[in-house]
Design a protein. Structure first.
Length: 236
């Protein structure tokens, strides 16, 4: 999927995917941390629209080249690519990374929430560039959320949700490319430290599913990521 835009190709980097410790956990999406081949000349620091070639397959993403000022004070340059619609472990694999367009410079954010929002904007820009439909545009039961009126409807039927239920669903729905830990959801919605107590999130997700499924049939809209948290899933 995605249009070919060879005229925008800036450079190609090959290397091995290694374990990282930076951006991916805040994006909630798989991140390929690349150890480039020796003597590789890197472009200037920044975030780029990119393409990854792996095992004859092509994937699309946003690549961060530079330090990670919001995450840590490590002065080393990292090459981290957030891959769209990708769900594989590829540590140790050799990939070819193609950079096509610079989105923005590396920037330090006041907190991880602001970083997360920027990463989602970067992912949205990647989808527009390659003309890739978002996860929320997949076929299935139609969920509509009006943030202004705080209303939810499924296939035209309005569904009443409590304030916290609406906030949790709206958070996931507004970030279809991201996964959230229970702690991240709690702190974003309840606006206080989670302190390891996330039963409120689990109970709220249970109630959301319970209220939506009479109108959506098999579609639960929220996918559980075992050992991690939740993400929006219109086709589950």
């Amino acid at each position: 999927m995605g249009k070919e835009k060879k005229e925008h190709l800036l450079c190609t980097i090959t290397g091995i995917v290694v374990h990282g410790r930076g951006i991916g956990k805040f994006a909630g999406t798989p991140t390929a941390n690349l150890a480039p081949a020796p003597e590789t000349v890197l472009p200037e620091n920044g975030v780029y629209i990119s393409k990854v070639l792996l095992d004859t397959q092509t994937y699309y993403g946003a690549t961060h080249i530079g330090t990670r000022p919001t995450v840590d004070s490590d002065p080393d340059i990292s090459i981290e690519t957030i891959l769209l619609d990708f769900h594989r472990e590829i540590y140790g694999c050799r990939i070819e990374l193609q950079l096509y367009h610079k989105l923005r410079p590396v920037k330090e954010y006041r907190n991880f929430s602001l970083l997360h929002r920027q990463i989602q904007k970067d992912c949205a820009a990647v989808r527009r560039f390659w003309e890739i439909p978002s996860a929320s545009s997949k076929p299935g039961a139609e969920l509509k959320i009006n943030a202004a009126s705080r209303t939810v409807s499924v296939n035209g039927q309005e569904v009443y949700l409590s304030a916290k239920e609406f906030q949790v669903l709206n958070l996931l729905h507004a970030n279809p490319d991201a996964a959230f830990t229970k702690e991240q959801i709690y702190e974003a919605v309840w606006e206080e430290p989670a302190n390891g107590c996330c039963h409120a999130v689990e109970n709220t997700v249970f109630q959301i599913r319970k209220k939506l499924r009479p109108f959506s049939g098999e579609y639960g809209f929220i996918r559980t990521l075992t050992g991690y948290g939740y993400r929006y899933d219109p086709c589950r």
